[in-house]
Design a binder for this molecule. Sequence first.
Ligand code: C2E
Ligand code: MG
Ligand code: MG
Length: 576
Amino acid sequence: MIVDDEPATIHVVQVFLEDAGYSHFITTNDSTQALDIILKQRPDILILDLCMPGKSGFELLGEIRSDPLLRYLPVLVFSAAGDAATKLHSLELGATDFLPKPVDPSELVLRLRNALAFKAYQDQLAYNDRLTGLPNRQLFLERLSWTLRLAQRHSKQCALLQIGLDRFKQINDTLGHEVGDKVLKAVSHRLTTSLRESDTISQLNSGQDSISLSRLSGDEFMVLTSEINHAEDASLIARRLLEAMKLPLALGKLELFVTISVGIALFPQDGSEGSALLTHVDLAMAQAKLHGRNTYAFHSVETNTRSFERLNMETALRKSIERKELELHYQPKVDLNTGRIIGAEALARWTHAELGQVSPAQFIPLSEETGLILPLGEDMLNLACQEAVKWQKIGCNLPVSVNVSSMQFRRGDMPSIIRSALQASGLQPENLMIELTESLLMENAQSNIDMLRAIKNLGVQLSMDDFGTGYSSLSYLKRFPLDELKIDQVFVSDLPDDSGSAAIVSSVINMAHGLGLKVTAEGVETAAQMAALKSDGCDHFQGYLFSRPLAPPDFAALLRQKAHRSSITHKLSIAS
Ligand code: C2E
Ligand code: MG
Ligand code: MG
C-alpha cells in the first residue's frame, strides 16, 4: 500500500514495483483515510510519505504503531527532507526503513524485498501450525480481532465454529501419538476441502478469506466466517463439515472413522468481544458433545432450537417430496363483471403426519433455500396441468395459474420443464399461466426479458404476481411480454376506506390496461372491496369472499355446480 499526497509519486513508485513483479497495490493520496483503508484491506507492507497535508506521515505512523493489530506492519518511510533528524525521528516512531526522495528504483525494490522476506519468515514462525500447516492460535486471534472490528463497523454478522474430534484421546492412547498426528493432518485436509466447497456453495466468498480454518491446539480446530446473513449459514457449514467426516480416513493401511463435534457462536448475538465469543463457542462445543457427539450446537438455546426445527422440517419436506405427498389446492379466479369462474390458481399444500399443516409461507422459502423447490416446483407444475385437463373433461375449459419461484426461473431450464409438463398432460399451452413475482422479475430485469420471451414462445400466458410489493421499473414493465398483473392483497385489504390504497389500485389498473394487461386483484374478502375494484374497472379477482383455495374434488364440485346454475340461467333467459 502506498500513501502519498502526490498522485504522480504514487504512479512512479507503482510502475517501479510493477516492473519488479509486484501486482496488488492499494493506493491513496488522502492520509486521513489511510488508517481505515489499512484496517480494511490489510496490506503486507506500507510505503509512506512523511510530508502530507491533513495528517502527516509521522502522525499516521504513530497511530499505526499504537494499534495492537498494526504493531508489526512493515512501514517504509520516504521523504524529500533527507536530514538526519527526520530519519531518526521516523525510525524512532517505528519505521521499518527510511528512503530519501526522489526514490531510487533499485534501492526501493531491494529494501521492499528485504522487508517482505523478513515479514514472511516471522509470519511463518509465528503464525503456522507445524503439523498441519494451518494458521495457528496466534494468527487466528489476530484474524478474529480484524474480523470483529470490521464486522462492527459495517454491522455485519460473523460466526465462529469450534471443531473438536470425538474420542481423540482414545486414538492417541490406543494407537499411539504418531497415528494421532496422522489423524490430525488427515482431518485438517478433509475439513479444508469441505470448507472450500461450502464457501462456493453457500456463496459466502465475498472476500478473499471470508472463511478460514485454524488449528488452535491438540484436536481443536476453529472456523471463522466473516460474512453470514443468518444463523442458518453457520449451521449449513457445520453440516457440511459433519458430512465430510462420514467417510473413513485412510492412514496408510489403516482406515479410521473419526467424527467431530461442532460448537457455534455468532457475532454479535453471542458476544461483542472475541473473548466472550471464544468462551461461548467452547461451551457450545461441549453441548454438542453432550448431545451425543457427531453433531453441532449453537451457543444460544433459541438459535439451537430454531435450527433443529428447521432441519427437521427440511428432512420431512425432502421425504414428502420424494413420496409425492404434496398437493395442490385451487383458488377460483372470478370475472368481476359476470361473476363467472375464469380460471384458478394452484397453491401448494403440505400436510405432514407430525408437523401437521405447514403453511406455504414456511415451506416455500425453506424449499427455496435448500434447493428443494426444483423437484417440488416441477411436481406442482405437472400436477396442475393434469388437473386442468380433468376440468376440461367435465366441460370447463379454464386456464390454471402456477407459481414459479426465482430459483426455478434462474436455472434457465423453465421452458423445457414447461414443455414436458404440457406434453405429458396434453394441456394446451394457452390454458397454462405462469406466475412470477414482481421482485423476481425486476431483479436482473434486462436479462429476464429473454427468458420470459422463451417461456412466452411456448404459447403459455405470463402473469406478474404480488404487484406493488417490489420496486417496478415502468420501462421494463412495458417490455416484459406479460398477459396479467396481480395486485397484491396488501393494497386490496385497505379498500375502500384508505384513500392511498384506493388511489394506487385505480392507477395500477389504468396503467395495466394501458399496457394491454388484464388485472387480477388478490385477497378480496369483503363485498365493499369487490365493489371498489369493480368501479375501478378491475377485470378479475381472487379471495375468500368468493372461495378459499379448494382441494381438487371440491373445486371440481364447484365447477359442476356453477356450470349447472349457469345453464339453468341460460335456459331461463332463452325461455323468457
Ligand atoms: P401468492 O401466489 O400471492 O398466493 C396468494 C396467497 O393468498 C395464497 O396463500 C392464498 O391462499 C392467499 N389468499 C387468497 N385469497 C385470500 C384472501 O381473501 N385473504 C387472505 N388473507 N389470503 C388469501 P398461500 O396458499 O398461503 O400461499 C402463499 C404463497 O406461497 C403464494 O403467494 C406463493 O407465493 C407461494 N406458493 C404457494 N404455492 C406455491 C407453489 O406451488 N410454487 C411456488 N413457487 N410458490 C408457491
Ligand atoms: Mg400467485
Ligand atoms: Mg400473490
